[in-house]
Design a protein around this ligand. Structure first.
Ligand SMILES: Cc1ncc(COP(=O)(O)O)c(C=O)c1O
Length: 378
């Protein structure tokens, strides 16, 4: 075991995916014009009980055109967690809108719902709920806040495909919800993303934005600038095959999480992921650990794991600390560091260990042994 490197993620791809991708190659339907794209969109939307799906090139693109389709413009404020990936604020910053950050909970790593209302102003237009690392955001109170204040609720469900909030899937609650199908997600298309919605107006707007804003009546006439974010038939074929194994993938991810929990239950110096919240059961997008009491920064542990042939990654670097913010005219008072003590802490002391679908039980046990050795050292 010592000689073989265990990557932080390996996807699982089966025979059905290979057959469907081969069909694209055999028939020559490899571009976005192929029938699998529409089929994948329909199946994915239906799974979430939504009318429309729009497949795109990645989860970042999904967020970008979702914000644009909702008319987010310069000066608008969008509330979002600080503990998340940069993709969440790309479009907001580009358009001159203002990301308003909220700290996370210390244990669930998800946005602290109780801190949201005090940040709402007349300029607030939307709340981006990002389900983090396999646990859901508490959506019911969030929906109420959005209704009371006339705000859009957008769900970023990249890390929570197949996760239930109470008894409905995450991603089925926002006015529009976005997904990523990068290979570390619960299903993959290599690169890829999706937006789902029930609103025809948003759907048609997304279709247009995804495809260079071609005029509906006259080809090659453009009244607006769009994007080229079309998913290929090859990717969609892979996605349809993967969708068939979503339940199996979620089950395996839970087994991985539970095996780590069992092996690591005696750790003294690390917090483990929460197994569940009252409204959702962890699907362990990644299995994260946070060192307690400032004992040792994550980067040291990550280096030690590497020496033992184990891949790991640091937690997200919080958005409020991103150096790129200095390039935008933003009110620095919004980014008082003290306000984000949980995100500041977990981003320095948190990391995740191999958690991909291709991970073997003996690899989980080896990684656990090494973590236990490290724990004993402190
Ligand atoms: C919460 C979240 N949103 C968006 C993205 C971006 O997705 P992509 O890498 O497909 O652009 C990711 C990627 O991991 C993510 O974790």
């Amino acid at each position: 075991m010592d000689n073989k490197f265990i990557p932080v993620n390996t996807p699982k791809i089966g025979d059905l995916e290979k057959k469907l991708v081969m069909d694209c190659l055999d028939t020559g339907w490899i571009s976005s014009e192929g029938a699998y794209v529409k089929n994948f969109e329909e199946r994915f939307a239906e799974l979430h009980n939504k009318k429309f799906g729009v497949a795109v090139t990645n989860g970042t693109a999904a967020l970008d055109i979702t914000f644009e389709s909702l008319g987010i413009k310069a000066g608008d404020e969008v509330i979002m967690p600080t503990f998340t990936i940069i993709s969440c604020m790309h479009y907001v910053l580009r358009i001159g809108a203002i990301p308003v950050f909220i700290d996370c909970d210390f244990y669930s790593w998800n946005i602290n719902i109780n801190k949201i209302e005090e940040k709402i102003t007349p300029k607030t237009k939307a709340i981006l709920a990002v389900h983090i690392y396999g646990l859901a955001v508490d959506l019911d109170p969030l929906k109420k806040i959005c209704q009371d204040n006339n705000l859009f609720l957008i769900e970023d469900t990249a890390e929570a495909i197949g996760l239930n909030y109470k008894d409905t899937l995450c991603g089925s609650h926002g006015i529009a919800s976005t997904f990523s199908f990068y290979p570390n997600k619960h299903i993959t298309t290599g690169e890829g993303g999706m937006i789902i919605t029930n609103e025809p107006e948003i759907y048609y707007r997304l279709l247009k934005l995804r495809n260079l804003c071609f005029d509906n009546k006259k080809r090659f006439l453009h009244n607006e600038i769009g994007w080229n974010l079309r998913m290929t038939n090859l990717q969609a074929a892979l996605g349809i095959g993967q969708l068939e194994r979503l339940n199996e993938n979620v089950k395996r991810k839970r087994q991985i999480g539970q095996r780590y929990h069992k092996n690591l239950t005696d750790l003294k110096n690390f917090n483990l992921p929460l197994k569940s919240l009252s409204y959702s059961e962890n699907i362990y997008w990644v299995f994260g650990l946070v060192m307690k009491n400032n004992i040792e920064k994550a980067e040291v542990i990550i280096n030690n794991l590497k020496k033992k042939n184990i891949g790991s990654r640091p937690f997200f670097y919080p958005l409020h600390k991103q150096p790129v913010l200095s390039k935008f005219k933003l009110n620095k008072n919004n980014y008082e560091k003290t306000e984000f003590s949980n995100a500041n802490y977990i981003s320095e002391y948190g990391f995740y260990i191999p958690s991909g679908l291709g991970l073997l039980d003996e690899e989980i046990d080896y990684v656990s042994e090494v973590i236990l050795e490290i724990d004993n050292f402190y």
